[in-house]
Design a protein around this ligand. Structure first.
Ligand code: TGC
Ligand code: FAD
Length: 385
């Protein structure tokens, strides 16, 4: 455990138990296989049910709906440990928890909650979240997906792009505009006629995660599949607040995995008859990495406290996501260099984390979009449009 500022004194015994359980599972079930899955560009689907059994899916959802009723620091800690294994595994867990279970829990009817949440919590069902479209990524408010009222039902048309887990999803939370141009949330089930989810292949990033499209060709959606509790862009944005928060923690896990591997290697590898860790350049890299990890840990922990008090603002979440993911990407690059040629192999995790983090710095709002959100918070002026 990397804890230079004794942050463990700020978390509870329960948090430590949760961390140990997630760490132990990742070390036993993820780390030994993830490099091979990444090489094969294959998703380790069996891990979803195991995460469900361990309570890693929707941990903040109440127990009566299959969750564990845990606080937001616990959620962050789980994301951190999962991403120490691989961003693909954290991605699956954060999409399921924050982008699928969260909207059903907060915006859904009692029937929707009882129908979907327990199956999503156990990993029996896989969910995905469709906001991004081919023509609208950073600008989701411009979405073209259309939900048209027809008798007692709705007809859904359009397409979503870059959707984590869409090819294997049992349900998709889809955001589309109704006849009045108001954004609504819809639960689309995989066997709805006219719905397909082709995979996007040939990725160099998140290779152990499935990414796909969502295509809607006159899909008939019953009224009971509309989320009644929300309208407008703030619906998907509230889900993103939760997911981005989890990423701020998750990125620390990837950074710690890279830093720890580089530290261990530098103490063992000898050049000029001494461990390379004795050279000032290597020590500078290690010292700077630990400094940045510590700052990121403090940011994540404080954001977690604010989240628990329901006081974390979107601007604070953007700052933490942006800072911590960039920190992890920089550490992946620096730590890889510390290993020389060995750093490019799958015997060490840096290259894989580095490639994964190129997606993490892009999805859930790009690095630059989060900067603009902070800029807007400071000045009160939107620089988006
Ligand atoms: P703007 O005019 O600023 O806002 C429109 C409405 O939305 C509300 N809002 C928020 N509400 C809650 N939380 C937030 N963070 C919110 N941000 C905006 C806002 O109050 C307003 O509400 P109302 O009631 O007044 O209408 O919106 P804009 O059109 O200027 O766009 C700005 C914004 C914030 C959408 C844009 O900056 C942005 O964030 N773009 C990034 C898009 C994004 O993050 N997409 C993510 C797709 S999902 C994904 O990537 C999953 S990856 C999963 C994985 O594998 O882990
Ligand atoms: P664009 O919006 O086209 O941006 C291109 C560039 O322009 C970026 O550098 C951006 O920062 C910059 N830019 C855009 N607007 C501005 C501006 N106003 N000012 C300054 N610069 C600007 N989406 C989902 O809905 N669900 C998912 O599950 C999901 N999973 C994903 C998984 C992966 C592996 C990836 C890579 C993406 C995923 N996404 C998902 C999509 C992701 O959220 C988008 O890629 C992201 O929001 C950026 O949109 P874009 O790719 O269309 O880039």
């Amino acid at each position: 455990m990397v804890d230079y500022f004794n942050l463990d004194e700020l978390i509870s015994e329960e948090h430590k138990i949760i961390r140990n359980s997630a760490k132990e599972w990742v070390n036993r079930r993820v780390k030994p296989v993830i490099d091979e899955y990444s090489h094969r560009h294959e998703y380790p689907e069996h891990l979803m049910k195991e995460m469900g059994e361990l309570g890693f899916l929707g941990p903040f959802i109440l127990e009566e709906y299959g969750g564990s009723g845990l606080d937001m620091i616990s959620y962050g800690i789980i994301m951190q440990e999962l991403e120490a294994g691989d961003s693909s595994i954290r991605s699956s867990a954060s999409v399921q928890s924050s982008l699928v279970m969260y909207p059903i829990y907060y915006f859904g009817t009692e029937e929707q909650k009882r129908k979907y949440l327990p199956k999503l919590a156990s990993g029996e069902f896989v969910g995905c979240f469709g906001l991004t479209e081919p023509n609208h990524g950073s600008d989701p408010g411009g979405m073209e997906c259309k939900l048209t009222k027809q008798g007692g039902n709705y007809i859904l048309n359009g397409a979503k792009m870059w959707i984590t887990n869409s090819p294997i999803a049992d349900i998709a939370i889809v955001w589309a505009k109704d006849d009045e141009g108001i954004i609504k949330g819809i639960i689309v089930e995989k066997d709805f006629k006219g719905f397909s989810a082709p995979e996007i292949s040939k990725k160099w990033s998140l290779r152990a995660s499935l990414t796909g499209e969502l295509v809607f060709d006159n899909v008939i959606v019953p009224e009971e599949n509309i989320l009644p509790g929300i309208k407008g862009l703030k619906g998907p944005m509230m889900c993103l607040n939760s997911a981005r928060y989890g990423i701020a923690w998750g990125a620390i896990g990837a950074a710690i995995d890279c830093y720890s591997s580089a530290l261990e290697y530098s103490l063992q590898r000898k050049q000029f008859n001494v461990p390379i860790a004795s050279f000032q350049f290597q020590q500078k890299k290690l010292a700077e990495m630990l400094t940045e990890i510590t700052k990121a840990q403090l940011l994540a922990w404080r954001l977690g406290v604010l989240k628990n008090e329901d006081k974390a603002s979107p601007g604070q979440i953007s700052m933490a996501k942006r800072n911590n993911v960039k920190m992890a990407l920089d550490i992946a690059r620096e730590s890889r260099q510390m290993l020389g040629a060995m750093g490019i192999t799958g015997d060490f995790p840096m290259m894989r984390h580095m490639m994964n983090l190129e997606s993490v710095i892009t999805y859930e709002g790009t690095h630059d979009i989060h900067l603009l959100i902070t800029g807007m918070d400071i000045t009160g002026i939107s620089a988006f449009k």
